[in-house]
Design a protein around this ligand. Structure first.
Ligand SMILES: [Zn+2]
Length: 253
């Protein structure tokens, strides 16, 4: 249901949070827009200007790997300077209260970790763009190192010592979803009594499945998103408002 005004909605959300024992937040791009991270999928977003490079193309062509890294470094100003917003801080406050066994995110920006939630308690469905990995041996590389090699080689992406290609630790189009993360996200969704879908349009698979899973297992469902979603009808509370404004009152230090 949608409440008549923001204050009433926030009061209802506060009641639901107080009554809950296991809260699982699920976050999408909308929580990070106030932090300067663009929503890639939105109209006018980066993906409407630059088609994303599918995983097969990345693996098949050195030019595509170079282009992928060129684009990533062009975004570094956004990612390197981004700080957790009010939504991230509110969720970190809930986490500190002991009610959040884990958080599931579609975001790749590392801002939940930066807000103080332990990396082990964050399920990243689409990986993380703030570091890189070798696709063959899984060795971790820091972006500063990759960039230095990239520039020194005349804008060519470096390879791992094992010969494998180095890619940001994100899940690209055409790349398999991380099985362990998917499994953990499902477990969290099924075992919670309050599921908070925040800043996600809930249309992209597998995001769409989790609110349903939670609801079918008896959890209350709250949707906080600027735009309507397909699940608004089954939600216990819907807030079509600015995420920072909605969650700001839940930030505690
Ligand atoms: Zn390697």
């Amino acid at each position: 249901m949608t409440a008549p005004d923001l204050d009433t909605s926030i009061a209802r959300l506060r009641d639901l949070i107080e009554d809950a024992r296991r809260i699982v937040p699920f976050t999408g791009a909308g929580i990070s827009t106030e932090c300067g991270i663009p929503d890639f999928r939105s109209p006018g977003g980066l993906w409407t200007k630059n088609q994303p490079i599918p995983f097969d193309a990345f693996v098949a062509s050195r030019e595509m790997r170079d282009e992928a890294w060129r684009r990533r470094f062009a975004m570094e100003e956004n990612f390197a300077h981004a700080k957790p917003g009010r939504g991230h801080q509110a969720l970190a406050s809930l986490y500190r209260s002991g009610k959040v066994p884990g958080l599931v995110t579609q975001n790749i920006d590392n801002l939940h970790q930066a807000s103080g939630i332990a990396a082990d308690d964050i399920v990243e469905l689409h990986g993380n763009t703030t570091y890189a990995v070798c696709l063959d041996c899984a060795k971790r590389f820091e972006l500063a190192w990759v960039r230095q090699k990239f520039e020194a080689a005349g804008q060519h992406a470096p390879n791992c010592a094992c010969g494998g290609y180095i890619k940001t630790a994100t899940v690209s189009f055409g790349q398999a979803m991380p099985a362990a993360a998917m499994e953990r996200a499902e477990e969290l969704a099924r075992a919670c009594d309050l599921f908070l879908a925040i800043g996600s349009s809930l249309v992209v698979w597998p995001a769409a499945g989790f609110p349903l899973m939670a609801k079918r297992n008896g959890a209350a469902l709250v949707i906080i998103n600027r735009e309507p979603t397909e699940f608004d009808d089954i939600a216990d509370l819907v807030l079509h408002d600015d995420i920072g404004n909605v969650l700001g009152p839940f930030v505690s230090h």
